[in-house]
Design a protein around this ligand. Sequence first.
Ligand SMILES: [Zn+2]
Length: 59
Amino acid sequence: MPVLMFCSKCGGPKKLSEYVLSQYVTKAPHIYCDLCDSTNLVTEELRQYAFQVRENDNW
Ligand SMILES: [Zn+2]
């Protein structure tokens, strides 16, 4: 399922679709906020979840 992430700088929500999780979050060290363009570190927990999504869905 999609994940809702909150920006560490402005607190704005960003929805990460399963596609974004499997294609981007598994590789990228940061996620950019849509509102303030600051970088948010991809946590280990989020990355693990992204790998699970990718395995389950066989993109
Ligand atoms: Zn932000």
